[in-house]
Design a protein around this ligand. Structure first.
Ligand SMILES: [Zn+2]
Ligand SMILES: [Zn+2]
Length: 307
């Protein structure tokens, strides 16, 4: 399985997971033009996308989804409530008007499992101020990607999903002290810190330390706030916590707002590597004048664009 981050953060989110002829996008929070350009940067073309899986309806995760799905005939997969919300919003970047039924949709209720070509997809609930937010475990054989972003707390379904996965792409949104002492209005700080907000570096480290052990795993930290976090801060915090418990073999990476690292199970350790046993268990979309990247942003002209 090959995984590539096309961009992560409140300016937009999209991740590619690929196994054989099957390629899915997890979230599509960039304009179609940017999505196509970034796919080309990693040697993919839009016609290769088998489906778009959506975690929730917020602009930074879904703004290019409907237009991309319409233009390239790609099905949208999400909880029916999320699909309804995304399809009800104006399809930004879509020149031609959309007619009902012009976008194929596949309902996958939160907690359910489906197959997309050779990939198995399982959704699990997260805690965020969206209509039906979820994360995904995407697997090919014994290789599993866990994609968990935009959640204010880490519940047992998230821990279970992380525990069974090889590559963990997990939100690490903010440094708590930076957020509390930073420029955001108090109301916005409270919403980010709330159980339906976003994960701090500390919360993310706490969760990862519950599931990581001596086994080889790969960790990508994502959705970092430009105002209340830095890549060095997020990475150093987790690295220190890992060192404290002797897990020196795990080297966390940060997924940037642009195209990030590539993870490829075929080339991780060379030809001698044996796959793990199956576990027992920039140019983001144009923004509407009254909306921001996240519904967490306050409805004020002075609101920060990035959280
Ligand atoms: Zn987000
Ligand atoms: Zn969100």
């Amino acid at each position: 399985m090959r995984v590539v981050s096309l961009g992560s953060g409140s300016s937009g989110n999209a991740l590619v997971a690929q196994a054989g002829p099957t390629t899915v996008l997890l979230d599509a929070g960039f304009s179609v033009r940017t999505l196509v350009s970034r796919l080309r940067q990693v040697s993919l073309v839009p016609e290769q996308i088998s489906a778009i899986l959506l975690t929730h309806e917020h602009h930074d995760h879904s703004c290019g989804a409907v237009a991309f799905a319409h233009r390239y005939g790609v099905p949208l997969i999400a909880d029916p409530r999320t699909l309804a919300a995304v399809l009800a919003a104006p399809a930004r970047g879509q020149a031609e008007p959309l007619t009902p039924g012009s976008v194929e949709r596949v309902e996958l209720a939160v907690g359910q499992t489906t197959a997309v070509g050779g990939l198995r997809v399982r959704s699990f609930p997260v805690s965020h101020d969206a209509i039906a937010p979820c994360g995904y475990v995407v697997s090919s054989g014994a290789w599993r990607l866990c994609f968990v972003t935009d959640t204010g707390m880490v519940s047992e379904p998230i821990i279970e999903a992380m525990a069974e996965s090889s590559l963990l792409m997990v939100e690490s949104n903010h440094d708590r002290d930076r957020l509390l002492n930073g420029p955001y209005p108090w109301r916005l700080k409270q919403r980010i810190l709330s159980p339906t907000g976003h994960l701090s570096n500390e919360q993310t480290s706490d969760a990862l330390l519950r599931v990581l052990d001596d086994a080889p795993r790969w960790v990508w930290l994502g959705h970092l706030s430009r105002t209340n976090n830095t890549p060095d801060l997020a990475r150093a915090h987790l690295r220190e916590r890992l060192r404290q418990v002797g897990l020196r073999h795990i080297e966390p990476q940060v997924s940037p707002p642009s195209v990030g690292a590539v993870w490829d199970s075929a080339t991780l350790w060379g030809p001698a590597f044996i796959a793990p046993a199956a576990p027992t268990a920039p140019d983001s979309c144009e923004r509407p004048p009254s909306a921001d990247a996240e519904s967490l942003a306050p409805a004020k002209a002075t609101r920060p664009r990035s959280i």
